[in-house]
Design a protein around this ligand. Structure first.
Ligand code: DQA
Length: 147
């Protein structure tokens, strides 16, 4: 099955954006690392970043008919605001893991609530770029246990 990685707003700036919070790894490096590891495990992986809520909703909807078996999503600021993106994931009913570089629970109170966590298969946060890798490991395990 194919894996889809979705990145929300401002994650295109990773590497230079508040590096003390988000680290110095770029989004391109994260995506290349994930694709290499998924491929080594025999799965295709596609990444998509957008700053636009509607573009992320459209990409989730497209996942229903493009063979996507699992989604990793860092909704970024939409974590705390987007009922629309939550509803899209509920609609397609593809299992997903919520990923964050930082640990939102250790930050401002407005980051403590997520519109995604209760629907997610799991949540990985606080490990910088490695959060994505740990989430990918869990996703690959999930896919192989269903194969
Ligand atoms: C984030 C945490 C969010 O609160 C924030 O709005 C982001 C990034 C993270 O990966 O740590 O943009 O999702």
């Amino acid at each position: 099955a194919k894996l889809l990685v979705l990145h929300g707003p401002n994650l295109n700036l990773l590497g230079s954006r508040e590096p003390e919070v988000y680290g110095r790894t770029t989004l391109a490096q994260i995506d290349a690392d994930l694709a290499a590891h998924a491929e080594a495990a025999g799965h295709g992986l596609e990444s998509f970043q957008s700053n636009a809520e509607h573009a992320l909703v459209d990409r989730v909807q497209a996942a229903r008919s493009d063979g996507t078996g699992f989604i990793l999503i860092n909704p970024a600021a939409f974590t705390h605001t987007s009922v629309a993106l939550r509803d899209a994931l509920a609609a397609v009913a593809i299992p997903f893991i919520e990923v964050h570089l930082s640990n939102p629970h250790a930050r401002e109170p407005f980051r403590h609530h997520s519109y995604f966590s209760d629907l997610a298969a799991g949540v990985v946060c606080g490990f910088g770029a490695n959060s994505y890798r740990y989430a990918l490991d869990a996703a690959l395990q999930h896919l192989s246990s269903r194969a």
